[in-house]
Write a new protein. Structure first.
Length: 213
């Protein structure tokens, strides 16, 4: 009887030991340990992507033209499109720098080209350097000029241009006439004309650029 009781007690002790061990193992698998707080990452500021500039072209036509200096090759090539034969005599041309659209980059007026001169004056070019190359802003084929004035007034962001020339009336009287050209993309267009009187008795404004020296 005592032996049976001892065996039962031993069985209960073993059962209790197994239960305790299983409980510990289960606890080790189900317990969640607290993770250390995540380190704060530094904020990195990203610069905006570079975009193509929208301002004036770096370097204007006149940056490489000064009195008695060679004419830029691209300007000579552009002038050659007008079938000018005296390209070699370009040192006799009249040139004048002007920022016609107030963008900080100067354009180049050219006149006194032999093949383009007559009794009323000479043809005038206004070259502008763009990202696509040079372009002439004036309707040169329709212009004969004695003098040019770039006025303070603007049209569509470009200065108005007044061109003085010599013309003859129906009575063959020599007159001084000026034509006002205003900007209308892609070129200047004639807006109005004005008579100033007899050619040899009329004065030009002080701000004029003489086309014919």
């Amino acid at each position: 009887m005592k032996a049976c009781t001892m065996i039962r007690l031993l069985g209960l002790l073993l059962l209790a030991a197994c239960w305790s061990s299983c409980s510990k193992n289960n606890a080790s698998h189900t317990s969640v340990s607290e993770e250390p707080p995540e380190k704060t990452r530094p904020v990195v500021s990203l610069e905006p992507e570079a975009v193509n500039p929208t301002g004036p072209v770096a370097g204007s036509v006149f940056d490489v033209v000064s009195p008695n200096s060679p004419m830029p090759k691209d300007v000579l090539q552009a002038m050659a499109q007008y079938e000018i034969k005296s390209l070699a005599q370009h040192n006799l041309w009249r040139t004048q720098a002007t920022d016609i659209d107030a963008d900080g980059s100067k354009e180049l007026l050219i006149a006194n080209v032999f093949e383009w001169c007559g009794s009323g004056g000479c043809g005038v070019w206004l070259w502008q350097r763009t990202r696509k190359g040079l372009r002439n802003l004036l309707p040169t084929e329709n212009i004969l000029a004695e003098a040019v004035v770039v006025e303070d007034s603007l049209t569509n962001g470009y200065h108005n241009i007044r061109i003085y020339s010599r013309r003859f009336s129906k009575q063959q009287e020599s007159l001084l006439v000026s034509d006002l050209y205003v900007w209308h993309e892609p070129k200047y267009v004639l807006a109005s004309s004005r008579k100033h009187g007899k050619y040899l008795q009329s004065s030009l404004p002080d701000s004029v650029w003489k086309v014919v020296p």
